[in-house]
Design a protein around this ligand. Structure first.
Ligand code: GLV
Ligand code: MN
Length: 185
């Protein structure tokens, strides 16, 4: 979903002092072959939250050679029962390849199977297998962006007013406060 690029490559200068829609390029003379390599071979540590999940992004911020190329990937590792919570990507369609586990994305996928999520639509993945799970996802943007519904609605700063959340979800203040307390708002 990113615009077409006007040059072969434009390795991002993440420290540039100007701010534009995207990143300026480092000088071509400073670009080397290794800039075009990124290692996603390492399994992420999944047991750091109740989600039992680790997302390792290869987007323009971690892999600056992607700048202007309209493409990115994530490595997503799941412990048993691990959940990638409902979220959307404002700038990219996502396609995912299951490498390990039994992954629920609405239907259950096993290794070698792929899924596609149209740009902007809310989606999740849950590892419903007994062991670990791994999915590699790819995106048609160098910076897909992510909006996680739970943290956006219940953990924003400034907080979303309770009167909005109680009316929207048809629950009382106690329930909203309880959920907010889990997301630090
Ligand atoms: C999976 O949904 C991902 O965004 O990597
Ligand atoms: Mn996603």
């Amino acid at each position: 979903a990113d615009p077409d690029s006007l040059q072969d490559f434009c390795v991002a200068d993440l420290n540039a002092s100007i701010s534009i829609n995207g990143f300026p390029c480092i000088p071509a003379s400073k670009v080397s072959a290794s800039d075009f390599f990124f290692d996603l071979s390492k399994e992420g540590i999944t047991n750091t939250s109740n989600l039992n999940l680790s997302v390792t992004p290869a987007n323009v911020l971690s892999f600056p050679a992607l700048n202007t190329l309209g493409i990115a990937m994530n490595r997503v590792d799941y412990g048993p029962g691990g959940l990638n919570p409902p979220h959307s990507h404002p700038r990219a369609t996502e396609m995912g390849l299951v490498i390990k586990g039994r992954i629920l994305v609405g239907f259950v996928l096993t290794p070698g199977e792929i899924f596609v999520i149209p740009r902007g639509l809310v989606h999740f993945q849950k590892n419903v297998g007994k062991g670990k799970g791994t999915v590699f996802t790819s995106f048609n943007s160098h910076m897909p962006g992510v909006v996680i519904l739970s943290t956006t609605l219940f953990g924003s700063q400034p907080p979303m007013p309770n009167e909005v959340l109680t009316q929207a979800f048809q629950v009382d203040d106690a329930i909203v406060n309880s959920i907010k307390s889990k997301f630090g708002s």
